[in-house]
Design a protein around this ligand. Structure first.
Ligand SMILES: [Zn+2]
Length: 229
């Protein structure tokens, strides 16, 4: 070291101050922790708030199967539970509007999603028609902002079930019209079609339905985050 610097106590003091300052604010500081590999690879669902809404419940059975024994309100809550488990495994925060045989008004379902600041809202239903030949899967949306979610869910759900693809349709159903976030209403299949009624009470078919909806949600969030990157 330069003898003149060492000889000057004022400069020595200045060097000491500079050393302390750079030491404290340097790259070894604790102010910018890096994400670990487990956190950064959690994927598109981490932290997403997802409201799942099994239709009907309690005194409202929803659609009644062609056999007279199948009720929509039971079929949809099983799919919702399977879907919840799949989403939570990937780090999503899932809120069910109901998880038992109870009834909520349509407005209560909407308020729950709006108040909890949901990222998306997914209402699950079974369809019905006077024509028992009609079968297949439909996903409804209302706002333009909900259409990409509807398209992804419909595509993946039909793929998972191998069901008749009725398509994505726009309709002013209350729960998808009044919610503030991207919202879809999924009609998994027709309980008024004898073959589809049998499938909709089969636990393995319900799990496939849940997987299909799940894959659609993952696709939606993945393409959304890719678009904003
Ligand atoms: Zn319904």
């Amino acid at each position: 070291m330069d003898q003149r610097l060492e000889a000057n106590p004022l400069i020595t003091l200045l060097l000491l101050i500079i050393f302390l300052l750079t030491g404290m604010s340097g790259p070894s500081g604790q102010s910018t922790p890096q994400l670990g590999p487990s956190e950064s690879s959690r994927g598109a669902l981490a932290g997403k708030v997802i409201v799942i809404d099994p239709g009907h419940g309690g005194p409202d059975p929803g659609a009644v199967g062609i056999s007279g024994r199948t009720l929509e309100k039971y079929n949809v809550v099983w799919i919702a539970r399977d879907l919840k488990a799949l989403l939570e495994k990937e780090g999503a925060k899932v809120i069910m509007t109901r998880d038992g045989d109870n009834y909520l008004t349509l407005d209560a379902r909407v308020r729950l999603a709006n108040q909890r600041g949901a990222d998306i809202f997914v209402s699950i239903h079974n369809d019905a028609n006077l024509n028992r030949q009609i079968r297949g899967t439909t996903t409804y949306y209302y706002t333009a902002g909900s259409k990409p979610l509807a398209a992804a869910v419909q595509r993946e759900l039909v793929r998972a079930l191998g069901s008749n693809d009725i398509g994505v349709r726009q309709a002013p159903f209350y729960v998808i019209r009044k919610t503030w976030m991207p919202s879809v209403l999924v009609e998994v299949g027709f309980v008024t079609n004898p073959a589809e009624e049998k499938l909709l009470v089969d636990p393995s078919y319900r799990l496939r339905a849940a997987r299909g909806i799940y894959n659609g949600i993952v696709t939606y969030f993945t393409s959304k985050s890719a678009a904003t990157r």
